[in-house]
Ligand binder design. Structure first.
Ligand SMILES: O=C(O)c1ccccc1N[C@@H]1O[C@H](COP(=O)(O)O)[C@@H](O)[C@H]1O
Length: 212
């Protein structure tokens, strides 16, 4: 079976990007969402992207972005965009076609019906990322909230997928084992405070993932 890999998301410093790369992250993520404590400007993202080796996938996270925002983010050197808002399938497909890079769609999950929305993105998105639905008015992600992973039991995934939401070093083994996820996304689980990534937590998380 394919081994488990990890995306460390919401990175904003060379030190934490370096830690993610050194300890074996398959993906790194940069936030382009001004309301987020992890937000980076495109110029800052370009400097961070420049120190990421080619085998590590650089993902930009955007929330209902306008065309200019996507263009500025992609120009920082991204390999993929993660659309974390209410983007419809045709919008995802259009951005993928325009920029010629992978487009991921995030589905916010509370019920099985939320998973069923994945089918509409077949042919539009490259990957579905299942994350926990956050409370009304809160950030749409990065809150360290989990959804009920048993909802994924027996679900016929229409697309390659990844799991996010409230994952940390203590529960990543359960997350991968219980759901079968081969790509795990973490942000707040490797932080010491919102928006402050911790190199020791990144190292411990990735060492645990390497055992799975
Ligand atoms: O991190 C944020 O601030 C954020 C803001 C808006 C949309 C998504 C955001 N983060 C992403 O949410 C998931 C889960 O994060 P967590 O591990 O539960 O903290 C992940 O992809 C984050 O990058």
């Amino acid at each position: 079976m394919q081994r488990v890999t990890a995306k460390i998301c919401g990175l904003s410093t060379p030190e934490t990007v370096g830690a993610a790369v050194r300890h074996g992250a398959s993906h790194v993520g940069f936030m382009f969402f001004p309301k987020s404590p992890r937000n980076v400007e495109p110029e800052q993202a370009a400097q961070l992207a420049a120190i990421v080796p080619a085998h590590v996938v650089k993902v930009g996270v955007l929330v209902d972005p306008d065309d200019e925002m996507v263009a500025r983010a992609v120009a920082s050197g991204l390999d993929a965009i993660q659309l974390h808002g209410g983007e419809a399938p045709d919008r995802v497909a259009a951005l993928k076609a325009r920029h010629g890079i992978e487009a991921w769609k995030v589905l916010s999950v509370r019920t099985r019906a939320d998973l069923d929305k994945a089918r509409a993105y077949k042919g539009a998105a490259d990957r579905i990322l299942y994350d926990a639905k956050t409370p009304e008015g809160a950030l749409p992600g990065g809150m360290g909230l989990r959804f009920d992973w048993t909802l994924l039991d027996g679900f016929a995934h229409p697309l390659p997928w990844a799991l996010a939401g409230g994952i940390d070093v203590a529960n990543v083994g359960d997350a991968a084992g219980r759901t079968g996820a081969r790509l795990i996304d973490v942000s707040s689980g490797v932080e010491s405070a919102p928006g402050v990534k911790d190199v020791d937590k990144i190292a411990a998380f990735l060492q645990r993932v390497a055992q799975l």
